[in-house]
Design a protein around this ligand. Sequence first.
Ligand SMILES: C[S@@+](CC[C@H](N)C(=O)[O-])C[C@H]1O[C@@H](n2cnc3c(N)ncnc32)[C@H](O)[C@@H]1O
Length: 307
Amino acid sequence: MTTGYAVAHLPCQAKQSNFRWRMNHGWIAVHSNLRLQGGSVMHTSPSHEYIMEDAREAHRLADKVDAPSWVRTYLAPLCGAGARILDVGCGPGTVAAGLASSFTTSSVVGIDQSSRRLLVAKDAALALPNVDFVGGDAMALPFPSNTFDVVYARFLLEYLMQPQTAVNEMARVCRPGGAILLQDLDGQTILHYPPDPELDTQINNALAGLAQTRFDPLVGRKLFYFASAARLTVEKTDIETYHLIAGRVAEREREQWELKLDIALPALTRTLGSRSAAVGFKKQFLEYLDRDDTLSWSQIFTVIARK
Ligand SMILES: C[S@@+](CC[C@H](N)C(=O)[O-])C[C@H]1O[C@@H](n2cnc3c(N)ncnc32)[C@H](O)[C@@H]1O
């Protein structure tokens, strides 16, 4: 089996803006905006602000996914032996690494615009010879057309300025007949009962402000349309419950929400006008989850399509 080289193993090549990446089917040129300098990664010009940018975000994301189970459920049916697989917006690489360790004859590439999370990804995958991580923009993927057998994006599109462009790019780099999986959330922070007028006003204000970054809490329902508009043939569309809190939130889930809101505080401060308003919003949100009589939920949409 021929394996790819992680960027971390190729400091000389990676210092150039274009480096070659070796896959089962030979070398391809990768035009990356990730540079390695003296053993550390420098990331240049992310395409836009990621509202959850924070040193704690890699750990938060890794903590939120059971990678072996996710791979078994969603990707295993799509990945044949020797498959070339691309994870777009891979974050800390938890899923990509889980995939590479389950499918050892496959070559997996994770791409993300965050050097912080790519460093964590590369560290975690050092022992895996068949996974590479590169820096780049989902809306301008640095790969030739028809390169991959499977291309997927999990929880990426909700953050993008132009999600349709990213899906078009995923379709472009997928080979004809290859599979594309889109998965994203719908209704986060919005779906709850009973209404709480004060909290709901805060949520609306926060989401209206975040909409300027194009953060879209209702992106899940749009995935089918994005795939269709990219001229893909949709084979499966599914909705599942993502989070469901009935009554007082469990301690671990509360901690996860608290961390998420803490990481989002700078973006919330900008959208709500002051840090005290952002902290007040966080407090009110958590208090709602702490109530015995409230229900709060979100959904996860999955679309599987063929090129
Ligand atoms: C919510 S995280 C999801 C990470 C991973 N897919 C997972 O399921 O845990 C979204 C990731 O998308 C990345 N991202 C945001 N905008 C991007 C862009 N334009 N190009 C590439 N990655 C991007 C962020 O840096 C972040 O790591």
